[in-house]
Design a protein around this ligand. Structure first.
Ligand code: PEP
Ligand code: MG
Length: 846
């Protein structure tokens, strides 16, 4: 609930809500606050546990735990009061709210009493924050420093930012003569977006008239493109033109013509096409992009485009305001000259750059920037703040086309900052909690990742079972793939909320959303820590069906993680890494040493070691394999032995020498039929005999192609076990590339066709008393676990960090019910139906 704004233009003095010492916002020990994610503001290190209202207003939001609330002042400023850091984790302990949501309060009223000693002892910090949550509409003029007394000392002076949304009660137009009014329906595709706005502005130029455009309760002068965009007037809506001056009629005609004109090449201005999604992406707000979950979890932090450095801009000027104004003028001129050159070199993009040039002289932007400069800010900081205030306005509009124009503003922001001499800081200075964004990440990008600083990965492309996704799961970092090119339009350092589990990234989250995300992240962390406590124990369903939960690993470090997270065994050791990043293939001794080290680390647990599975998306340069038209259907996996039997021989010799015998099993990837299996089995026996090994080594088969699933009964006669590689089985069953971004949402392993193949595999194996595992990503998917258990799979092999959660999921299941429901799911028509049914039968919360 918000109060009706009134007297927006008068300054608002906020009294200190707490007694204590002022802490400048950048020094608040939490990047979410210090980075301004919840708005500009100030910290207070409290000396006593009483939170008072800083102004008159309404309690528009109150956290159930009582640690945070928002007061909407009578002028419309949203003042967030947050007691301590990470205090949401106290679950309300020590907090006593004396007001309810919706209550009207007066400056100095007591809002919350809290036990300061508890906060100091149990929370990360007692430093509390006062922030202006709608900072695009209000900015802070003055801040207190030193010690302040609650209810008495002024803490902040806040002022309405000119150029942002104006109320219908704005004063009438000045100018000679009566005002001329005309209604216009916006028939131009996309409504009042950047180019019609720029043309409308141009049309009115030079005429003796002042024109304003009114839409709903908003109004904008026609000479400010950003203000016009900020109206949020979409295609088909009606706006009113209001003009004064001797040439008002001419100006209104000219502007109206531009607003109804069909614009050429509209698509160049349109946001990138959205990718198809399995969910209802269309229903998402414009500041949320949908993607596909590659690794679950929630993160809140600054988005950093990989490869793009962060531009650090000092807040305060070192010289006078006049110096900074001059620097800004020079930079704007330089940016304009740069754009002119660009237009010459790239005429196709002339239209877009023409809009950028208009932005460089936009009065709203310039006024706002100069106002910041007059308050002692540096030219760069002033320009950035002016741009971001407008970008924030656009991002909140309920129109993706207009919201997408924020990218133009960001482009112009960067251009002027460069002209001011600000360069991106070198990589390696990632901000804490960074959300790293890229088109796609290669496995080596991820290997070089600063795990301490990266909170999430977001990719424009990629698939949920791509190798980048597999690595993200191993690292335990939430990851979102297939977000689409719109990801690139989010400016660097924007504070975002990534809910990878729900498949979404919010790049203009409201304070309440951030708080919700933090609460959910904490809940997940608590669940994870509880699950981890029981992870070391064997796992069975409630009615006693034993399920082995094993780990997928690639290195000895992963093996240590597997042990630490309670894995019962290793269900898949991917050996490709041993072959990568080197000049020649490893020799027998190297193979043996690598596997022996891992077996030793596993402290008695068994390991299924998969033979080399290169080809297709896993390439190894020095093998110099012949080029293939369609590598996914070429010499992949075990087929490689047809052309390079030496590679497989060396690996098998190394494997057979690992001690003690019996601890290691061999698994063959990409098998399609029995003769293939028998050939390799015979070779293994030969090599074993050659080194005098008499103990038989178990050999299993990966079920990754439909042929193998359909022939599971035959394969199981000769194999010791079957392990379903659902990543490849899904790609080959559905004929959908596992790394294809546009298919990422559809390439879902819960597709009934894939489930039928899982069912066929288990039935085939049962004929010969063999067990079946799943080592694809599906094994850790909470919707899929009950289905796989119900279909009769008895081993689930997952990323080491996922072991505790999968064990917990299994422990909550009833095998008899799983069997019955899973059998019914086989007759559903799509993965979407299967997922929905699974969530009804076995609800979970991420
Ligand atoms: C699979 O295909 O499911 C699998 C586990 O193998 P990889 O992901 O290494 O291809
Ligand atoms: Mg595979």
């Amino acid at each position: 609930m918000t109060t009706q704004p009134r007297l927006r233009t008068s300054p608002i003095v906020l009294l200190a809500p707490l007694t204590g010492r002022v802490v400048p916002l950048p020094d608040v020990p939490d990047p979410v606050f210090s980075g301004g994610m919840l708005g500009d503001g100030i910290g207070i290190d409290p000396a006593e546990g009483r939170l008072l209202a800083p102004c008159d207003g309404v309690v528009s939001q109150l956290a159930g735990t009582g640690h945070a609330l928002t007061i909407t002042s009578e002028e419309g400023a949203e003042v967030l009061l947050h007691i301590g850091i990470d205090t949401v984790e106290l679950g309300g302990e020590g907090f006593h709210a004396l007001v309810a949501e919706g209550a009207r309060v007066h400056a100095g009223d007591l809002l919350v009493e809290f036990d300061l000693a508890t906060v100091r002892r149990k929370a990360r910090s007692a430093v509390s924050v006062v922030a202006i949550a709608n900072g695009d509409a209000y900015h802070i003029d003055q801040r207190a420093d030193g010690d302040v007394t609650a209810g008495q000392a002024p803490l902040l002076t806040v002022r309405w930012a000119s150029g942002t949304e104006q109320s219908a009660a704005a004063p009438p137009l000045p100018g000679e003569g009566p005002a001329l009014r005309r209604s216009v329906r916006l028939t131009a595709p996309g409504g009042l977006h950047a180019r019609p706005a720029a043309r409308a502005r141009h049309a009115a130029r030079g005429l003796d008239a002042r024109v304003e455009v009114l839409f709903g309760d908003r109004r904008a002068p026609v000479d400010s493109v950003v203000a016009l965009l900020g109206l949020g007037a979409g295609e088909g809506t009606i706006v009113e033109l209001l003009a004064t001056g001797s040439q008002a009629a001419l100006a209104v005609d000219a502007v109206a013509r531009e607003l109804v004109r069909a614009i050429d090449a509209e698509t160049a201005d349109a946001p990138p096409a959205a990718l198809p999604r399995s969910g209802d992406a269309a229903a998402l707000p414009p500041h949320v992009l949908a993607g596909v979950c590659a690794a679950p979890g929630i993160a809140i932090g600054p988005l950093v485009h990989a490869g793009v450095g962060v531009i650090d801009v000092p807040e305060f000027a070192t010289g006078t305001a006049a110096d900074e104004d001059h620097r800004l003028d020079l930079a704007l001129a330089a940016a304009d000259a740069g754009l002119t050159a660009l237009v010459r070199n790239a005429p196709a993009a002339a239209d877009i750059f023409a809009v950028h040039r208009v932005l460089l002289e936009d009065p709203v932007l310039l006024d706002a920037a100069r106002e910041h400069v007059s308050f002692g800010k540096s030219a760069g900081y002033a320009w950035r703040s002016a741009i971001r205030a407008q970008a924030g306005v656009l991002a909140r509009l309920d129109d993706p086309l207009l919201a997408g124009r924020a990218a133009d503003l960001r482009d112009v922001e960067q251009r002027v900052l460069h002209a001011l001499g600000h360069a991106p800081s070198p990589r390696g200075t990632l901000p804490d909690g960074a959300v790293l964004a890229a088109d796609d990440f290669t496995p080596s990008d991820l290997a070089a990742l600063d795990r301490e600083r990266v909170a999430a990965l977001v990719m424009a492309r990629g698939g949920a079972t791509s190798h980048a996704a597999i690595i993200a799961r191993h690292l335990g970092i939430p990851a979102l793939v297939a977000v689409g090119d719109a990801l690139h339009a989010i400016r660097n350092e924007t504070q975002v909320v990534v809910d990878a589990t729900a498949g979404r990234i919010d790049f203009a989250p409201a304070a309440l959303e951030i708080e919700r995300a933090r609460t959910e992240r904490q809940r997940l962390a608590n669940v994870r820590s509880t699950n981890r406590q029981a992870a070391g124990e064997a796992t069975a369903t409630r009615d006693g069906r034993h399920i082995e939960v094993a780990a997928n690993i690639a290195t000895n470090g992963d093996a240590r993680d597997a042990v630490d997270h309670g894995a019962d065994a290793v269900g898949l050791l991917r050996t490709e890494l041993l072959f990568m990043h080197r000049q020649a293939a490893p020799g027998i001794a190297e193979h043996r040493a690598a596997y022996q080290e891992i077996v030793d680390t596993l402290q008695g647990r068994s390991a299924i070691i998969r033979t080399l599975d290169v080809g297709a998306d896993k390439s190894v340069g020095y093998l110099a394999l012949p080029p293939e038209q369609n590598p996914a259907l070429g010499l992949r996996g075990i087929r490689l032995a047809q052309v390079r039997p030496d590679l497989l021989d060396d690996q098998l010799r190394g494997l057979l020498a690992v001690q003690p015998f019996g601890r290691v099993r061999i698994m063959l990837p990409m098998v399609t039929d029995v003769p293939e299996l028998l050939r390799i089995r015979a070779r293994i026996d030969e090599l074993a005999e050659a080194i005098g090994r008499t103990a038989r080594i178990e050999v299993g088969v990966m079920i990754e192609v439909p042929a193998a699933a359909l022939l599971a009964d035959q394969l199981a006669r000769h194999a010791d076990f079957l392990s379903i590689g659902t990543n490849d089985l899904t790609q080959y069953t559905l004929a959908m590339d596992r790394g294809h971004p546009a298919l990422a949402a559809q390439a879902d392993s819960l597709h009934p066709a894939v489930l039928r193949l899982v069912d066929a595999t288990v039935r085939g194996a049962a004929q010969h008393g063999k067990w079946v595992g799943v080592c694809g990503a599906m094994a850790a998917d909470p919707d899929a676990v009950p289905v796989l258990v119900g279909l009769g799979v008895s081993e689930l092999s997952v990323a080491p960090l996922a072991v505790p959660d999968v064990k917990a999921r299994v422990r909550g299941l009833d095998y008899t019910q799983c069997r019955r429901v899973a059998a019914e799911l086989l007759s559903l028509a799509s993965a979407t139906e299967v997922r929905a049914a699974s969530r009804v039968a076995w609800p979970h919360r991420g």
